[in-house]
Design a protein around this ligand. Structure first.
Ligand code: GEK
Length: 261
């Protein structure tokens, strides 16, 4: 289904168009993101741990820029509270099509394992439902939320729209609610900035990407993915209405922040 190896930039491309989340990307996405983003699997796993801690009964969780639903699945596996729902939003039909299949597979895996592993309990585990929405996260209302996840999505939103989106999220969160914000980041110290890029490229090389793939992907993402510094993220989150903001994970130029309402 979606476990193929990413070879999108393996051959020379005369004209490198801006990166798009199309069918070709959707079909290799899990492999692409694992081999490209240091700490991705840790961040997804901890998104589940944070759901266990912060999700409130009868509230909503939002996975904004859900791709194939990894964050939604992590939340779904860890939510302990009744009456919740997860709203997973992406503006790529191709990504959502794969996401739907991945979620169905996850649902049937957990129904099977609940029957096998606990023969004394007759009722299967009832997972929190996930509603898939195709749309721009800038246009989606955020209501009655106890957890919002922006795992590597804000970086694709135009710079001038980011504050408005974060204000909307803060307004839609219940008191005590959490935003998990994971991003590729930039650094003001130029030497450090270049070092982090270099170490990230080493990480990609160690994961089997060639120099050609690394450089073509870099060109495709230029003007599409716009990283900002951690200080800009912290300040803007505070201005949006979050009372406590800081980094909980960082590897090279990839970081994840927790912002509490
Ligand atoms: C994960 N969170 O696996 N509205 C809705 N979706 C958008 C928008 C937008 N304006 N802009 C981009 N996207 C996921 C990984 S990937 C990150 C997120 C990456 C979607 C886009 O279609 C893609 O699916 C996702 O955001 C970004 O934890 O590939 O670097």
């Amino acid at each position: 289904m979606s476990d193929s190896r990413d070879k999108i930039y393996a051959t020379p491309q005369l004209d490198i168009a801006g990166f798009r989340f199309d069918q070709a990307v959707a079909s290799v996405f899990p492999d692409m993101i694992k081999r490209s983003v240091p700490g991705y699997e840790t961040i997804i796993a901890m998104t589940g741990t944070l759901a266990e801690r912060y999700v409130q009964p009868n509230s909503r969780c939002y996975d904004l820029g859900c791709s194939l639903g990894a964050s939604s699945i992590a939340m779904r596996h860890h939510i302990q509270q009744p009456g919740c729902e997860i709203i997973a939003v992406d503006n790529s039909e191709d990504m959502l099509k794969q996401c739907r299949a991945v979620l169905q597979q996850d649902q049937s895996n957990s129904e099977d394992s609940s029957v096998e592993s606990s023969p004394t309990e007759s009722a299967p585990i009832k997972h929190t439902p996930v509603e898939l929405v195709c749309g721009n996260i800038e246009d989606i209302p955020i209501v009655n939320a106890s957890m919002v996840v922006l795992n590597f999505t804000l970086q694709f939103i135009p710079l001038e729209q980011r504050a408005k989106l974060l204000h909307k999220i803060a307004d839609g969160l219940l008191p005590g609610g959490v935003l998990v914000l994971s991003e590729k980041v930039a650094f003001t110290d130029q030497q450090h900035h270049e070092l982090m890029i270099d170490l990230h490229h080493n990480f990609k090389r160690a994961n089997g990407y060639s120099d050609l793939e690394i450089s073509q992907k870099r060109s495709a993402l230029e003007d599409v993915l716009m990283p900002e510094t951690l200080e800009v993220h912290r300040q803007r989150l505070r201005q949006a209405g979050f009372s406590s903001v800081d980094v909980w994970f960082q590897c090279f130029n990839f970081a994840s922040l927790i912002a509490l309402k």
